[in-house]
Design a protein around this ligand. Sequence first.
Ligand code: ATP
Length: 137
Amino acid sequence: MPLQLKLSVPTNQVADMTVEYVQLPSEEGSMGVLQNHAPLRAALQPGVMTARDLEHKNHYFFVSSGLAMIKDNVITVLADSAERAEDIDEARAQKAGERARERIQSPEPHTDIARAEIALAKAIARINAKHKLGALH
Ligand code: ATP
């Protein structure tokens, strides 16, 4: 049975594709999934998800926090936000990263540092996803 990847965010489905391999950014580190993987649930952290299709072409996605579930050759990824690398606005991610860095470096009394650290991790992961795509061309 082929391996299917279904990536969704709360508002829509970002990808539904047949794959031979997926690499996920789980909280425990990078996780590779091939056909006939044992059932598993894993928490995601912001990072780059790589999906290799049946023609051995890599597709790159940004995924934020969320959950990945593997069962019966279906990988279901439910992320708070996710984009195909093609759809990432790098300048916007750079700006978000700069804002987060500023908040971390010069916090004000009300600054939520943990939130700024997550925003920075997301910005870095978006830029990384975009750069992986760029490296292909
Ligand atoms: P920003 O501060 O730039 O809004 P964010 O990390 O707070 O970034 P999210 O809450 O993750 O943004 O996402 C809000 C919406 O904007 C989602 O639909 C997400 O896909 C989209 N989005 C956010 N940043 C980018 C980006 N750099 N390129 C493309 N889409 C983005």
